[in-house]
Write a protein that binds this ligand. Structure first.
Ligand code: BES
Ligand code: MN
Ligand code: ZN
Length: 483
């Protein structure tokens, strides 16, 4: 989507559609001679949250899309209003639209927030994945949106648009990667996509192949990858937008391009959804892309642990013991708990970049869906400041997480007679024991783990990648870069 800021002078506005409040629609109607048309159209309209009305007008503004309850509302109502607006615009057969919605009073939020909230809603509503449809259903005509504001708001609006457009590109990339089927989106494909990102200024890429990973002692990663004919990849992207000597923020993503469960195989119903098991990788690549597009003054190191979890004659058996790159040994009791195995070696590797914080993102446990459903990502952290910053970024962007405990009490679940730890815990708190497992590979680094098993993709009729938590991560990075 293409965005521009523009002056909110209604007398000179020309547009196929203006989306706005009832009050502003009335102000528009007067100079354009549409007062009678408008008052007839709004006879039964209730100006309250959740309503909208489209009215065709004469003159330079062909339609007005009126959003109910737009004088004053809560942040969540504003977000819903933006979603409604975006869905309506995406369904219209128009290439351009103008939106005048910065006048709404939203407690605690400024014009920049309102503009970004709107852009995020438009990004979601106008996204389509039609790579494999001979005849795409409901294509989106909308290409360009102008955000109207008064003179004093123009500067903030331009800055918001820069961030909003960058986020739009990151979200689209993450969704596309998630939606690609596993016969296309392999570890090598993810590497190719990372290479495209690395064409930008101040970005460099390193890829570790399986031979290299074996030489680095990544026995945990390899225990997953060895069962597949698709060679695994560890992908490292570095973006140096910040000061030379400043420690980077590390993002680490689980990139299981398909999770059959391995020898501990998953049951067939819904197994196709395991193409989304690389959504952590997609999210960190999306957030990295957005940070680069926005030219955030920050240093980043992004690591993707990409492998396919397959059963085969070379696959890991339950009971096998492997040595991770950290030197710790792991008894693999369930080959379906593979995410933590590829991640632990990535977490060890990323410490070589001396990051100031490490955030890993993974579709790690079905138990997280049981605990939180799809509304919140699960958040774990060994540092309160980091947890609070991520939580705040979630609230601000509407892409929210909820913190779960990482208490020592849960660690004992990973005990085994045969190695330093097992890769699965007991029956309860599966998301917590998974996080406990990862915590053993981060040393004293400030670290957070996000379990996005429930939030990163939709099931059922709307099946598809949600792009989460790209918005949360990007908002966190924006805050960390001091913007
Ligand atoms: N990729 C799955 C987790 C998952 C499940 C993500 C459903 C999205 C939707 C993960 O690799 C897995 O299989 N986890 C196991 C762990 C168990 C064996 C301890 C699970 O959740 O059942
Ligand atoms: Mn699994
Ligand atoms: Zn998995």
């Amino acid at each position: 989507m293409n965005y521009a800021s523009a002056n909110s002078d209604l007398a000179t506005l020309r547009s196929p559609c203006l989306a706005t409040s009832l009050a502003i629609a009335k102000r528009l109607a007067k100079p354009t001679g549409n007062t009678a048309t408008l008052s007839r159209a709004i006879t039964d309209f209730k100006d309250q949250a959740g309503t909208s009305l489209r009215v065709n007008l004469d003159g330079p503004v062909a339609r007005v899309l009126i959003l109910g309850g737009a004088d004053e509302c809560s942040p969540s109502q504003y977000r819903k209003m933006c979603t409604l607006l975006a869905q309506q615009l995406a369904a219209m057969d128009i290439a351009q639209a103008a939106v005048h919605l910065l006048n709404t009073k939203v407690k605690g939020h400024n014009s920049a927030w309102k503009a970004q909230t709107l852009m995020q809603a438009i990004s979601h509503a106008s996204y389509r994945f039609n790579n494999y449809k001979s005849k795409p259903k409901q294509p989106v005509s909308l290409k360009r949106v102008r955000l109207l504001g008064n003179q004093a708001e123009q500067k903030a609006l331009r800055a918001a648009i820069k961030l909003g457009s960058a986020l739009d590109q990151g979200l689209t990339l993450a969704k596309d990667l998630g939606n690609e089927p596993s016969n296309v989106c392999t570890p090598a494909y993810l590497l190719g996509e990372a290479r495209k990102i690395a064409r930008a200024k101040d970005v460099s890429l390193t890829a570790l192949d399986e031979k290299k990973m074996l030489s680095l002692g990544m026995g945990a990663f390899m225990s997953v990858s060895q069962g597949s004919d698709q060679p695994g990849k560890m992908i490292i992207l570095r973006y140096s937008g910040g000061k030379k000597d400043e420690a980077p923020i590390a993002l680490v993503g689980k990139g299981i391009t398909f999770d059959t469960g391995g020898i501990s195989m998953k049951p067939p119903p819904g197994m196709d959804e395991m193409k989304f098991d690389m959504c952590g990788a997609a999210a960190v690549l999306g957030a990295t892309k957005a940070a680069i597009e926005a030219r955030l003054p920050i240093n980043l190191v992004t690591v993707v642990a990409a492998a396919e979890n397959m059963p085969s004659g070379r696959a890991t058996r339950p009971g096998d013991i492997v040595t991770s790159a950290s030197g710790q040994t792991i008894e693999i009791l369930n080959t379906d708990a593979e995410g933590r195995l590829v991640l632990c070696d990535a977490l060890t590797h990323v410490q070589g970049y001396k990051p100031r914080a490490i955030i890993d993102v993974a579709t790690l446990t079905g138990a997280c869906i049981m605990a939180l459903g799809s509304h919140a990502s699960g958040l774990f952290a060994n540092d309160d400041e980091l947890a609070d910053a991520l939580t705040a970024a979630g609230e601000l962007s509407g892409d929210r997480s909820w913190r779960l405990p990482l208490w020592d009490d849960y660690q004992a679940g990973l005990n085994t007679n045969f190695a330093d730890m097992a890769n699965v815990g007991g029956r309860g708190a599966g998301s917590v024991t998974a996080a406990c497992f990862l915590s053993r590979f981060v040393g004293d680094y400030k670290w957070a783990h996000m379990d996005i098993a429930g939030s990163s993709f939709h099931q059922g009729a709307a099946k598809g990648s949600s792009g989460r938590p790209v918005a949360q991560l990007f908002t966190y990075l924006v805050a960390q870069s001091g913007l």
